[in-house]
Design a protein around this ligand. Structure first.
Ligand code: NAD
Length: 370
């Protein structure tokens, strides 16, 4: 086989894999971007636009290969559809990933080139921050496209959405405590926060105010050091043994899939409530396993919606009070999901998905009838 024939065959395999994944996940569109000059390699996945344009952050991560990045963006974009739907926003689900190390490979040129690509999607996808990407990057992107939110305040934006995300996660955790313990106080509760990045740090601030006993874990030693200097009494948990700790609540605030067969074998907490997207490695298997083990899992796409609420308000003219008060609805929404799960004897993820799908189907049908 010649080199050209080999390349054609690899490309055909990749195309087939992409189309099969899109069909399995119900995705509308997947776009790959490549720019030779800046080295940009990015993928945008648009999962669903029935409720409005797809909005979701851009993640910059050192994926090992294109396939790993594709799997991540497909999962993340689908989660955004559910997040917008259950939160009552008129937005669809989408997400972008840039393949690369954000600490060493990010530049103004790369971000602006990415902005140009986003602009080419003509508003079907609106971008914002995610892991490895910040408000400065949004500023660069905004030089090339208006389809960007999560802008710095001096550009009329709401700034970093993470504090609002953390507020929603905190309220979702309190609602979980109310469900499990009968009252929502977190005083004295032993809580493990994994990932003390933009969201995790703000979450720790709220938990400190409540008088919780806090364990923190991160692979970034600087983040650990900074937070222990800010708050005394924080305990550092080792990655190898943290799931053996005697804790009440586990708050995953790093990356996804940390709730898996291995971690659930060890975890003895009563509640899992955190910011990370796609926490369950497998929605069915690990959703059920949580229930079997008597762990209440607060659906991630419901309780981490504060950031999405924040950037969606920015699209209409930013107001922090509106963002915070809209985020407060997460408390009641979480209690409602727990009630449905209990009454119908289903997992919390299925209860939350059912609510989101109901809204999608209703609006989808209305749109189809035009
Ligand atoms: P971030 O990049 O600021 O922080 C992530 C932190 O997790 C970093 O400190 C990183 O070192 C740490 N980390 C990565 N891998 C780890 C591991 N294996 N073990 C321990 N720590 C690890 O990101 P963020 O904005 O704080 O977001 C955290 C999570 O919440 C992500 O999954 C993100 O998708 C999700 N989320 C964020 C927002 C938001 O507003 N920022 C909104 C919704 C969901």
């Amino acid at each position: 086989m010649s080199n050209t024939q080999e390349l054609t065959s690899v490309n055909q395999d990749l195309n087939r894999a992409v189309i099969e994944s899109m069909q399995a996940g119900g995705h509308e569109q997947v776009v790959h971007f490549h720019d030779q000059y800046t080295g940009l390699r990015a993928i945008v996945a648009i999962h669903n636009t029935w409720l409005g344009p797809a909005l979701g952050g851009t993640r910059m991560w050192a994926y090992h290969n294109e396939q790993e990045a594709l799997t991540d963006v497909l999962r993340l974009s689908r989660g955004m559809t559910y997040k917008a739907a259950i939160t009552g926003l008129n937005l669809g689900g989408g997400k972008a990933v840039i393949i690369g190390d954000s600490r060493t490979q990010k530049s103004e040129a790369l971000m602006r080139r990415f902005g140009k690509f986003v602009n080419g999607l003509a508003g079907r996808y609106i971008t914002a921050e995610d892991v490895g990407v910040n408000t400065k990057d949004m500023e660069y992107i905004s030089r090339e496209t208006e389809h960007v939110t999560g802008l710095p305040e001096f550009l009329g934006g709401g700034g970093d959405p993470s504090p609002v995300t953390a507020y929603g996660v905190y309220l979702g955790m309190k609602a979980s405590a109310k469900e499990v313990y009968g009252n929502d106080s977190l005083a004295g509760k032993k809580i493990l926060v994994q990932g003390i990045g933009k969201v995790g740090q703000h979450l720790v601030d709220y938990l400190i105010q409540e008088g919780a006993v806090i364990y923190i874990n991160d692979i970034n030693q600087d983040n650990l050091l900074k937070l222990t200097q800010k708050h005394s009494g924080l305990k550092i948990a080792d990655s190898a043994t943290m799931f053996d700790l005697d804790i009440d609540i586990y708050a995953p605030c790093a990356l996804g899939a940390t709730i898996n067969t291995e971690s659930l074998e060890k975890l003895r907490c009563a509640i899992i409530a955190g910011a990370a997207n796609n926490q369950l490695s497998d929605e069915n298997i690990h959703g059920n396993l949580c229930t079997e083990k008597g762990i209440l899992w607060a659906p991630d796409f419901l309780i981490n919606a504060g950031g999405l609420i924040n950037v969606s308000i920015e699209l209409e003219g930013y107001n922090r009070e509106t963002a915070m008060s809209s985020t407060e609805n997460i408390y009641a929404a979480a209690l409602n999901v727990f009630k449905i799960a209990k009454t119908e004897n289903i997992t919390t993820i299925n209860a939350a998905k059912r609510l989101a799908e109901l809204r999608l189907e209703e609006i989808g049908r209305i749109k189809l009838s035009y």
